[in-house]
Design a protein around this ligand. Structure first.
Ligand code: SAM
Length: 333
């Protein structure tokens, strides 16, 4: 980070206190996964750092998450930029942007990486339904001269149909976008055939609610229902199933998917990062597995609404004949 100057420390020269301070700064740098050249002024403008340059616990957690995500996104994005000829700005659409920490930090990082003089390396679009956050982000972008940042006051479920977003989008993100906004991001990515998708899901209540409604019947029919007998387990299983099915859905629509941890679990419970890369090799196995899982858990009624790109009139086939690849390489078409 471009840290603020401390002239008195310089005057004193090498001193045990200054080396201690340096060591402390290094610890903080590592702890926050700070990005090379990360601008302290921008972090202040985003109210992540206070005017005095301090961080509270929440801001620390958030900065760490966002920095980690930006670092995980950087290599595949730079590779994609190169694959596309290295000149065109990559378009990124962030769903449920909130205060747009992710968009700003990503933009700042890419601007510094860009070797082209007048070329913008990124065009970032933040989608947010809270008007005051959209306005605030617009002001910050203007103050910082970030011409490639755009903010739309929009519900994410309308994003794929608006003419305000480009017809072709390279990267789709959703960091803790509430409830089904992550699903909107996936649907948007499929509609735009986005090359890269980065989703860190938030709570999702829809599947848990459906599991709850059919719980009594399920418990009378299958020992599997023990998995969601207790309310806490219902919520957790609902959330787990949602993410598993999101991965299968992306695979069924031509994406290669990997799932990793964003930061240590001690920093956030909503810590699962789903990364999807477009290969255009649709996996029928993933589609079949998704439908079978929906059936097993009594969730089939939600299928057409939640995963509309699948053909729900098709039979799912017999589970016995269905062999799944051991890892996540579902490349069969
Ligand atoms: C938990 S915050 C996360 C914000 C930001 N991505 C971050 O990680 O700092 C979720 C944001 O998504 C927005 N949001 C939730 N559902 C949305 C929807 N359907 N359309 C647009 N914005 C939505 C909320 O208003 C909120 O600002």
């Amino acid at each position: 980070m471009n840290s603020s100057k401390n002239p008195s420390a310089n005057q004193r020269g090498p001193h045990p206190k200054s080396s201690k301070a340096l060591a402390k700064e290094q610890v903080l740098r590592e702890e926050l996964a700070l990005i090379e050249g990360q601008s302290e002024g921008l972090l202040k403008a985003l109210h992540i750092l206070t005017r005095e340059g301090r961080l509270n616990q929440d801001a620390k957690r958030k900065l760490k998450q966002v920095n980690h995500l930006v670092q995980l996104m950087s290599a595949p994005m730079l590779k994609l930029h190169e694959e596309l000829g290295g000149e065109k700005a990559l378009s990124v659409v962030d769903h449920g942007a909130g205060k747009s920490y992710l968009g700003f930090i990503l933009y700042d990082r890419f601007q510094k990486e860009s070797h082209a003089q007048d070329d913008l390396a990124l065009e970032v679009y933040g989608l947010e339904m809270r008007a005051e956050l959209v306005e605030r982000s617009r002001q910050t972008a203007q103050e910082w001269g970030f011409k490639g940042m755009h903010f739309l006051h929009i519900d994410t479920q309308d994003a794929k149909d608006t003419a305000l977003l480009p017809a072709q989008v390279d990267v789709v993100t959703a960091l803790h976008a509430c409830d089904t906004a992550s699903d909107d991001a996936i649907e948007f990515a499929l509609a735009k055939r986005a090359r890269l998708v980065f989703i860190v899901p938030c709570c999702q209540a829809e599947f848990a609610s459906a599991l709850r409604q059919t719980k009594a019947l399920s418990l009378s029919q299958s020992p599997l229902a023990e998995l969601w007998r207790h309310p806490l387990h219902t919520r957790e299983l609902g959330s787990q199933l949602t993410n598993v099915m999101r991965c299968l859905y992306l695979q069924s629509q031509g994406y290669q998917v990997s799932v990793t941890e964003l930061v240590g679990w001690e920093h956030s419970l909503k810590n699962e990062l789903i990364v999807a890369k477009l290969t255009s090799q649709k996996s029928r196995t993933a589609a079949r597995r998704l439908k079978q899982l929906m059936g097993e858990f009594g969730l089939s009624a939600l299928g057409p609404k939640r995963f509309p790109a699948l053909d729900w009139s098709e039979s799912t086939g017999s589970p016995e004949s269905d062999e799944m690849e051991p890892e996540h390489g579902l490349q069969e078409s």
